[in-house]
Design a protein. Structure first.
Length: 117
């Protein structure tokens, strides 16, 4: 059974930084397109950033220039480096793994990020 486990969330002051990690227990990580999504209270889940198996990256306009997504296929892990954090970045952040070879799609349970002074 595939497991997606996020870590690295927490409380940070505005302007601060955090790095989220997501590790996937899967035999072949290299066929997974990976993404980070977030859901704030009372709002729908939204895309934050994705990194494809080709390495192509995509970002929401609201995080461009502040967040960086990366992947380490040997460690079966994807990262989200977040800088210049704002209170509006407060949300539960979810990791998504989507197979490029099948309809398989997996979600983690989420990690809370709170930006507050």
């Amino acid at each position: 059974q595939v497991q997606v486990v996020e870590s690295g969330g927490g409380l940070v002051e505005p302007g601060g930084s955090l790095r989220l990690s997501c590790t996937v227990s899967v035999r072949v990580f290299g066929i997974l397109n990976m993404g980070w999504y977030r859901q704030a209270p009372g709002k729908q889940r939204e895309l934050v950033a994705t990194v494809a198996i080709t390495g192509t990256r995509n970002y929401a306009d609201s995080v461009k220039g502040r967040f960086t997504i990366s992947r380490d296929d040997r460690k079966k892990t994807v990262y989200l480096q977040m800088t210049s954090l704002k209170p509006e970045d407060t949300a539960v952040y979810y990791c998504n793994a989507s197979s490029a070879m099948s309809p398989d799609d997996y979600w983690g349970q989420g990690t809370q990020v709170t930006v507050s002074s």
